[in-house]
Design a protein around this ligand. Structure first.
Ligand SMILES: O=C(O)C(=O)C[C@]1(C(=O)O)C=C[C@@H](O)C=C1
Length: 360
Protein backbone atom coordinates (compact mmCIF):
# COMPACT_ATOMS: atom_id res chain seq x y z
CA UNK A 1 0.00 0.00 0.00
CA UNK A 2 1.45 3.35 -0.98
CA UNK A 3 1.13 6.65 0.83
CA UNK A 4 -1.47 9.06 -0.56
CA UNK A 5 -2.27 12.61 0.53
CA UNK A 6 -5.95 11.87 0.02
CA UNK A 7 -6.09 9.64 3.15
CA UNK A 8 -6.07 12.65 5.44
CA UNK A 9 -8.33 15.00 3.47
CA UNK A 10 -11.29 14.27 5.75
CA UNK A 11 -9.27 15.30 8.80
CA UNK A 12 -7.69 18.39 7.19
CA UNK A 13 -11.14 19.55 6.11
CA UNK A 14 -12.24 19.61 9.76
CA UNK A 15 -9.66 22.40 10.33
CA UNK A 16 -9.27 21.56 14.00
CA UNK A 17 -7.20 23.72 16.31
CA UNK A 18 -6.47 20.67 18.50
CA UNK A 19 -5.99 16.93 17.94
CA UNK A 20 -9.11 15.08 16.80
CA UNK A 21 -11.01 13.73 19.79
CA UNK A 22 -13.34 10.76 19.54
CA UNK A 23 -15.07 10.22 22.88
CA UNK A 24 -17.99 8.35 24.32
CA UNK A 25 -18.81 5.20 26.21
CA UNK A 26 -17.23 1.83 25.62
CA UNK A 27 -20.77 0.50 25.07
CA UNK A 28 -24.11 2.13 24.41
CA UNK A 29 -26.19 0.90 27.37
CA UNK A 30 -29.45 2.85 27.31
CA UNK A 31 -30.81 5.72 25.25
CA UNK A 32 -30.64 7.96 28.30
CA UNK A 33 -26.97 7.06 28.92
CA UNK A 34 -25.96 7.79 25.29
CA UNK A 35 -27.80 11.13 25.28
CA UNK A 36 -26.48 12.20 28.68
CA UNK A 37 -22.87 11.55 27.65
CA UNK A 38 -23.40 13.16 24.23
CA UNK A 39 -24.73 16.35 25.82
CA UNK A 40 -21.87 16.43 28.33
CA UNK A 41 -19.38 16.12 25.45
CA UNK A 42 -21.17 18.53 23.13
CA UNK A 43 -19.30 21.75 23.83
CA UNK A 44 -15.91 20.20 24.52
CA UNK A 45 -13.00 19.35 22.20
CA UNK A 46 -14.73 16.04 21.38
CA UNK A 47 -15.59 16.02 17.69
CA UNK A 48 -16.99 12.54 17.32
CA UNK A 49 -19.26 10.57 19.66
CA UNK A 50 -18.28 6.92 19.89
CA UNK A 51 -20.23 4.00 21.34
CA UNK A 52 -19.86 0.26 20.93
CA UNK A 53 -23.07 -1.41 19.80
CA UNK A 54 -21.76 -4.91 19.19
CA UNK A 55 -19.06 -5.90 21.69
CA UNK A 56 -16.65 -8.76 21.00
CA UNK A 57 -15.97 -10.13 24.50
CA UNK A 58 -13.22 -12.51 25.53
CA UNK A 59 -15.55 -14.75 27.53
CA UNK A 60 -19.19 -15.60 26.76
CA UNK A 61 -21.79 -14.48 29.28
CA UNK A 62 -20.60 -10.88 29.48
CA UNK A 63 -22.60 -7.95 28.13
CA UNK A 64 -22.28 -8.20 24.34
CA UNK A 65 -23.81 -4.89 23.35
CA UNK A 66 -27.35 -3.65 22.79
CA UNK A 67 -27.25 -4.33 19.05
CA UNK A 68 -28.88 -2.32 16.26
CA UNK A 69 -31.21 -0.58 18.70
CA UNK A 70 -28.27 1.50 19.90
CA UNK A 71 -27.76 2.93 16.42
CA UNK A 72 -31.03 4.82 16.78
CA UNK A 73 -29.73 6.34 20.02
CA UNK A 74 -26.57 7.49 18.24
CA UNK A 75 -28.70 8.96 15.47
CA UNK A 76 -30.72 10.89 18.01
CA UNK A 77 -27.56 12.07 19.80
CA UNK A 78 -26.21 13.31 16.48
CA UNK A 79 -29.42 15.21 15.78
CA UNK A 80 -29.49 16.80 19.23
CA UNK A 81 -25.78 17.69 19.55
CA UNK A 82 -24.52 17.98 15.97
CA UNK A 83 -21.63 15.65 16.82
CA UNK A 84 -20.43 13.10 14.30
CA UNK A 85 -20.97 9.48 15.37
CA UNK A 86 -18.73 6.42 15.36
CA UNK A 87 -19.16 2.73 16.07
CA UNK A 88 -17.34 -0.55 15.60
CA UNK A 89 -18.35 -2.87 12.78
CA UNK A 90 -17.30 -6.51 12.76
CA UNK A 91 -19.16 -7.94 9.76
CA UNK A 92 -21.05 -6.91 6.61
CA UNK A 93 -24.42 -6.81 8.41
CA UNK A 94 -23.02 -4.36 10.95
CA UNK A 95 -21.82 -2.18 8.06
CA UNK A 96 -25.25 -2.21 6.38
CA UNK A 97 -26.99 -1.29 9.64
CA UNK A 98 -24.46 1.44 10.44
CA UNK A 99 -24.89 2.91 6.97
CA UNK A 100 -28.67 2.79 7.31
CA UNK A 101 -28.40 4.80 10.54
CA UNK A 102 -26.05 7.35 9.01
CA UNK A 103 -23.07 6.65 11.29
CA UNK A 104 -20.18 8.87 10.12
CA UNK A 105 -17.13 6.93 11.26
CA UNK A 106 -16.86 3.13 11.22
CA UNK A 107 -14.00 1.45 12.94
CA UNK A 108 -12.72 -2.08 12.58
CA UNK A 109 -11.73 -3.63 15.89
CA UNK A 110 -8.48 -5.37 16.75
CA UNK A 111 -10.08 -8.80 16.83
CA UNK A 112 -11.50 -8.23 13.36
CA UNK A 113 -8.33 -6.80 11.79
CA UNK A 114 -6.65 -10.17 12.38
CA UNK A 115 -9.01 -11.87 9.91
CA UNK A 116 -8.45 -11.02 6.24
CA UNK A 117 -11.68 -12.87 5.30
CA UNK A 118 -13.84 -10.70 7.55
CA UNK A 119 -11.99 -7.50 6.64
CA UNK A 120 -12.62 -8.31 2.97
CA UNK A 121 -16.36 -8.83 3.65
CA UNK A 122 -16.45 -5.48 5.43
CA UNK A 123 -14.54 -3.81 2.58
CA UNK A 124 -17.03 -5.24 0.05
CA UNK A 125 -19.97 -3.98 2.11
CA UNK A 126 -18.37 -0.49 2.27
CA UNK A 127 -17.78 -0.20 -1.49
CA UNK A 128 -19.35 2.90 -2.98
CA UNK A 129 -19.82 4.72 0.36
CA UNK A 130 -17.95 7.82 1.47
CA UNK A 131 -17.62 6.91 5.14
CA UNK A 132 -14.55 7.50 7.26
CA UNK A 133 -13.07 4.11 8.13
CA UNK A 134 -10.55 3.64 10.94
CA UNK A 135 -8.68 0.39 11.32
CA UNK A 136 -7.44 -0.67 14.75
CA UNK A 137 -4.18 -2.58 14.96
CA UNK A 138 -4.55 -6.37 15.10
CA UNK A 139 -4.29 -7.87 18.60
CA UNK A 140 -0.92 -9.39 17.72
CA UNK A 141 2.06 -7.17 16.90
CA UNK A 142 1.92 -7.63 13.13
CA UNK A 143 2.38 -4.50 11.02
CA UNK A 144 1.84 -6.35 7.73
CA UNK A 145 -1.57 -7.57 8.89
CA UNK A 146 -2.55 -4.04 9.97
CA UNK A 147 -1.45 -2.60 6.62
CA UNK A 148 -3.15 -5.45 4.75
CA UNK A 149 -6.49 -4.57 6.39
CA UNK A 150 -6.03 -0.88 5.50
CA UNK A 151 -5.22 -1.85 1.94
CA UNK A 152 -8.34 -4.02 1.63
CA UNK A 153 -10.49 -1.07 2.73
CA UNK A 154 -8.70 1.34 0.40
CA UNK A 155 -9.03 -1.10 -2.51
CA UNK A 156 -12.82 -0.86 -1.98
CA UNK A 157 -12.42 2.84 -2.94
CA UNK A 158 -12.52 4.17 0.60
CA UNK A 159 -10.16 7.17 0.71
CA UNK A 160 -11.18 8.59 4.08
CA UNK A 161 -8.92 6.40 6.13
CA UNK A 162 -7.18 6.28 9.46
CA UNK A 163 -5.43 3.90 11.83
CA UNK A 164 -6.15 3.44 15.52
CA UNK A 165 -3.37 2.26 17.81
CA UNK A 166 -4.91 0.34 20.74
CA UNK A 167 -1.89 -1.67 21.86
CA UNK A 168 -1.03 -5.36 21.50
CA UNK A 169 -1.82 -8.47 23.51
CA UNK A 170 1.00 -10.07 25.43
CA UNK A 171 1.17 -13.27 27.39
CA UNK A 172 3.47 -11.66 29.93
CA UNK A 173 1.79 -9.33 32.41
CA UNK A 174 2.75 -5.67 31.99
CA UNK A 175 1.44 -2.50 33.56
CA UNK A 176 -0.72 -2.03 30.47
CA UNK A 177 -3.81 -3.95 29.40
CA UNK A 178 -2.36 -3.99 25.88
CA UNK A 179 1.31 -3.28 25.40
CA UNK A 180 1.77 -0.08 23.34
CA UNK A 181 4.82 -1.27 21.31
CA UNK A 182 5.15 2.33 20.08
CA UNK A 183 7.65 1.23 17.44
CA UNK A 184 4.91 -0.47 15.38
CA UNK A 185 2.70 2.62 14.83
CA UNK A 186 5.89 4.64 14.29
CA UNK A 187 6.85 2.20 11.51
CA UNK A 188 3.34 2.53 10.05
CA UNK A 189 3.64 6.34 10.13
CA UNK A 190 6.99 6.06 8.35
CA UNK A 191 5.44 4.04 5.55
CA UNK A 192 2.16 5.95 5.34
CA UNK A 193 2.91 9.47 6.62
CA UNK A 194 -0.42 10.88 5.40
CA UNK A 195 -2.55 8.27 7.11
CA UNK A 196 -4.15 9.84 10.20
CA UNK A 197 -2.95 8.02 13.32
CA UNK A 198 -5.25 7.98 16.33
CA UNK A 199 -4.36 6.66 19.76
CA UNK A 200 -6.82 4.68 21.87
CA UNK A 201 -5.27 5.17 25.31
CA UNK A 202 -8.19 3.43 27.05
CA UNK A 203 -7.44 0.00 25.61
CA UNK A 204 -3.69 0.43 25.99
CA UNK A 205 -4.10 1.49 29.63
CA UNK A 206 -6.89 -0.73 30.93
CA UNK A 207 -7.09 1.66 33.92
CA UNK A 208 -7.97 5.30 33.90
CA UNK A 209 -4.90 6.32 35.91
CA UNK A 210 -2.62 5.68 32.93
CA UNK A 211 -4.78 7.31 30.24
CA UNK A 212 -3.33 10.83 30.45
CA UNK A 213 0.32 9.74 30.14
CA UNK A 214 -0.47 7.57 27.13
CA UNK A 215 -2.26 10.48 25.46
CA UNK A 216 0.77 12.71 26.08
CA UNK A 217 3.14 10.13 24.62
CA UNK A 218 0.89 9.83 21.55
CA UNK A 219 0.89 13.59 21.05
CA UNK A 220 4.67 13.71 21.53
CA UNK A 221 4.84 11.19 18.67
CA UNK A 222 2.71 13.46 16.41
CA UNK A 223 -0.48 11.43 16.53
CA UNK A 224 -3.43 13.16 14.86
CA UNK A 225 -6.06 12.25 17.39
CA UNK A 226 -7.24 10.44 20.49
CA UNK A 227 -10.11 8.04 21.03
CA UNK A 228 -10.95 8.13 24.72
CA UNK A 229 -13.64 6.01 26.33
CA UNK A 230 -15.82 8.41 28.28
CA UNK A 231 -18.78 7.63 30.55
CA UNK A 232 -20.81 9.86 32.87
CA UNK A 233 -20.65 7.23 35.65
CA UNK A 234 -17.62 5.10 34.67
CA UNK A 235 -17.70 2.85 37.72
CA UNK A 236 -21.21 1.74 36.80
CA UNK A 237 -20.35 1.09 33.12
CA UNK A 238 -21.56 -2.24 31.74
CA UNK A 239 -18.18 -2.89 30.07
CA UNK A 240 -14.59 -1.76 30.65
CA UNK A 241 -15.54 0.24 33.76
CA UNK A 242 -11.94 0.63 34.96
CA UNK A 243 -10.61 2.38 31.88
CA UNK A 244 -13.34 4.95 31.21
CA UNK A 245 -13.06 8.59 32.29
CA UNK A 246 -15.80 11.15 32.87
CA UNK A 247 -16.45 13.93 30.35
CA UNK A 248 -15.14 16.41 32.99
CA UNK A 249 -11.87 14.49 33.22
CA UNK A 250 -11.60 14.51 29.44
CA UNK A 251 -12.07 18.30 29.37
CA UNK A 252 -9.32 18.74 31.98
CA UNK A 253 -7.07 16.33 30.10
CA UNK A 254 -7.43 18.34 26.92
CA UNK A 255 -6.41 21.46 28.84
CA UNK A 256 -3.41 19.76 30.45
CA UNK A 257 -2.12 17.88 27.41
CA UNK A 258 0.73 19.60 25.61
CA UNK A 259 0.44 19.71 21.85
CA UNK A 260 3.86 20.39 20.40
CA UNK A 261 4.92 21.66 17.01
CA UNK A 262 6.40 19.12 14.57
CA UNK A 263 9.40 21.39 13.99
CA UNK A 264 10.52 25.01 14.19
CA UNK A 265 12.81 27.17 12.09
CA UNK A 266 14.23 29.07 15.09
CA UNK A 267 18.00 29.52 14.52
CA UNK A 268 18.89 29.05 18.16
CA UNK A 269 16.92 25.80 18.39
CA UNK A 270 18.37 24.42 15.15
CA UNK A 271 21.95 25.24 16.18
CA UNK A 272 21.64 23.58 19.59
CA UNK A 273 19.84 20.60 18.06
CA UNK A 274 22.51 20.04 15.47
CA UNK A 275 25.25 20.03 18.16
CA UNK A 276 23.35 17.52 20.25
CA UNK A 277 22.64 15.35 17.21
CA UNK A 278 26.35 15.33 16.35
CA UNK A 279 26.91 14.04 19.87
CA UNK A 280 24.31 11.31 19.36
CA UNK A 281 25.93 10.30 16.06
CA UNK A 282 29.31 9.83 17.77
CA UNK A 283 27.76 7.76 20.57
CA UNK A 284 25.74 5.62 18.14
CA UNK A 285 28.91 4.77 16.23
CA UNK A 286 30.62 3.83 19.49
CA UNK A 287 27.66 1.60 20.39
CA UNK A 288 27.90 -0.24 17.08
CA UNK A 289 31.70 -0.63 17.40
CA UNK A 290 31.40 -1.99 20.94
CA UNK A 291 28.67 -4.43 19.97
CA UNK A 292 30.81 -5.60 17.04
CA UNK A 293 33.73 -6.13 19.44
CA UNK A 294 31.50 -8.08 21.83
CA UNK A 295 30.41 -10.39 19.01
CA UNK A 296 34.11 -10.92 18.17
CA UNK A 297 34.67 -12.22 21.71
CA UNK A 298 31.55 -14.36 21.38
CA UNK A 299 33.00 -15.88 18.18
CA UNK A 300 36.15 -16.82 20.14
CA UNK A 301 34.00 -18.47 22.84
CA UNK A 302 32.24 -20.30 19.99
CA UNK A 303 35.56 -21.70 18.73
CA UNK A 304 36.48 -22.78 22.25
CA UNK A 305 33.10 -24.47 22.74
CA UNK A 306 33.42 -26.26 19.40
CA UNK A 307 36.84 -27.65 20.39
CA UNK A 308 35.48 -28.87 23.74
CA UNK A 309 32.03 -29.89 22.36
CA UNK A 310 30.11 -27.64 24.77
CA UNK A 311 26.61 -26.25 24.05
CA UNK A 312 26.08 -22.60 23.14
CA UNK A 313 23.40 -21.73 25.69
CA UNK A 314 24.76 -21.22 29.20
CA UNK A 315 21.76 -20.22 31.29
CA UNK A 316 23.59 -19.56 34.57
CA UNK A 317 26.11 -17.25 32.98
CA UNK A 318 23.36 -15.54 31.02
CA UNK A 319 21.20 -14.89 34.10
CA UNK A 320 24.24 -13.59 35.94
CA UNK A 321 24.89 -11.06 33.12
CA UNK A 322 21.24 -9.97 33.01
CA UNK A 323 21.04 -9.42 36.77
CA UNK A 324 24.26 -7.39 36.81
CA UNK A 325 23.31 -5.31 33.78
CA UNK A 326 19.80 -4.47 35.05
CA UNK A 327 21.35 -3.04 38.24
CA UNK A 328 24.03 -1.22 36.29
CA UNK A 329 21.40 0.08 33.87
CA UNK A 330 19.30 1.45 36.70
CA UNK A 331 22.34 3.33 38.02
CA UNK A 332 22.63 4.92 34.57
CA UNK A 333 18.95 5.86 34.42
CA UNK A 334 17.90 2.99 32.14
CA UNK A 335 14.63 1.17 32.81
CA UNK A 336 14.69 -2.56 33.53
CA UNK A 337 12.41 -3.08 30.52
CA UNK A 338 14.91 -1.37 28.21
CA UNK A 339 17.98 -3.15 29.57
CA UNK A 340 16.21 -6.49 29.27
CA UNK A 341 15.19 -5.83 25.68
CA UNK A 342 18.68 -4.73 24.65
CA UNK A 343 20.46 -7.61 26.36
CA UNK A 344 17.99 -10.20 25.06
CA UNK A 345 18.74 -8.92 21.55
CA UNK A 346 22.51 -9.00 22.23
CA UNK A 347 22.26 -12.55 23.59
CA UNK A 348 20.31 -13.69 20.52
CA UNK A 349 22.89 -12.15 18.18
CA UNK A 350 25.70 -13.73 20.21
CA UNK A 351 24.02 -17.15 19.89
CA UNK A 352 23.61 -16.61 16.13
CA UNK A 353 27.33 -15.80 15.87
CA UNK A 354 28.32 -18.91 17.80
CA UNK A 355 25.94 -21.07 15.72
CA UNK A 356 27.84 -19.98 12.61
CA UNK A 357 31.23 -20.69 14.19
CA UNK A 358 30.24 -24.05 15.67
CA UNK A 359 28.57 -25.35 12.52
CA UNK A 360 31.36 -24.26 10.19
O1 LIG B 1 29.56 -17.09 28.31
C1 LIG B 1 29.26 -17.85 27.38
O2 LIG B 1 29.32 -19.10 27.50
C2 LIG B 1 28.91 -17.32 26.07
O3 LIG B 1 28.77 -18.09 25.12
C3 LIG B 1 28.64 -15.88 25.91
C4 LIG B 1 27.17 -15.55 26.04
C5 LIG B 1 27.09 -14.00 25.88
O4 LIG B 1 26.91 -13.52 24.77
O5 LIG B 1 27.26 -13.30 26.89
C6 LIG B 1 26.39 -16.21 24.95
C7 LIG B 1 25.67 -17.35 25.14
C8 LIG B 1 25.46 -17.95 26.45
O6 LIG B 1 24.13 -18.35 26.66
C9 LIG B 1 25.92 -17.10 27.55
C10 LIG B 1 26.64 -15.95 27.35
Amino acid sequence: MENKKIYRNWLDKMELSHPLVIAGPCSAETEEQVLTIAHQLKDTDANVLRAGIWKPRTKPGNFEGVGALGLKWLQRAKKETGMMTATEVANATHVELALKHDIDVLWIGARTTVSPFIVQDIADALKGTDKIVLVKNPVNPDLALWMGALERIHTADIDKLGAIHRGFSTYEKTKYRNNPEWQIPIDLKNQLPDLPMICDPSHIAGRRKLVFDICQTALDLNYDGLMVETHHTPDQAWSDAKQQVTPETLVQMMIDLKVRKKATSSEDYLQKLSLLRANIDVLDEKLIDIMGQRMGVSDQIGILKKESNVSILQTNRWNEILGKMILRGEESGLSEEFTLKVFKAIHQESINHQKKVINK
